[in-house]
Design a protein. Structure first.
Length: 217
């Protein structure tokens, strides 16, 4: 993308995502978004799009400091993963606020292949694939197993391209462009998270096939 086309796409995304977020705030009767902010490219992009919307959406960045994380880890058995503890702490903090709507900034690739959807009711980047986030934010993030799928597929663009063909184009053979081992891993991941996608989340609709009941035939 050129700088001009990137700026135009960001402006359009900010308009759509901001409108959906403001409607969600009205329906939930709260005044701001509690964005789970882990320092990822997705979190930074989601905050920017919400705040740059034509009518800016108030965003509270819910983060956990290194000192806070260390205190939590001291209360838990050594086997607990620090990243997971930090994620759950952010989630709990956002829920306890009460006056803000919790939002997870995960990208569509991560949401499709990461198992059960996060419990937050708003997924502002839920219709943007990881490769699209990379174009806008310069990088992307996902759990290690998804990054390994992307690496084995030949890059995130190839993995996302196959997912788009399968989901956006409704082509059952869309994943066949992937190496066999990657295709099988993707199919298992899609199946593992399907049940949670049957329950509603608020996802600004950017493409033709968003997460939810319309995802599969």
């Amino acid at each position: 993308m050129t700088l001009r086309s990137t700026a135009a796409r960001e402006a359009r995304l900010a308009e759509v995502i901001g409108a959906v977020a403001r409607q969600a705030l009205a329906e939930w009767g709260v005044e701001r978004i509690a964005l789970l902010h882990d320092g990822s490219p997705e979190a930074a992009l989601a905050a920017r799009l919400l705040e740059d919307a034509p009518a800016a959406v108030p965003v509270l960045r819910v983060a956990i400091s290194a000192a806070q994380l260390e205190s939590l880890l001291q209360l838990l058995p050594p086997s607990h993963d620090a990243g997971r503890v930090a994620a759950e702490a952010r989630r709990l903090y956002a829920r306890l606020l009460g006056y803000a709507l919790p939002a997870s900034p995960e990208n569509k690739t991560s949401l499709l292949l990461g198992g059960a959807l996060p419990p937050e009711p708003l997924l502002p980047l839920g219709d943007l694939y990881a490769s699209e986030v990379a174009e806008l934010a310069g990088d992307w993030s996902a759990p290690p197993e998804i990054r390994e799928m992307a690496k084995s597929a030949g890059g995130i663009e190839r993995l996302d391209g196959a997912l788009r063909e399968r989901i956006e184009e409704r082509n059952p053979a869309g994943l066949e462009a992937l190496p066999v081992a990657v295709r099988l891993a993707v199919e298992r991941a899609l199946a593992r998270g399907r049940a949670s996608r049957l329950f509603p989340r608020i996802v600004p609709k950017i493409g033709s096939r968003t997460l939810g009941l319309d995802l599969f035939e």
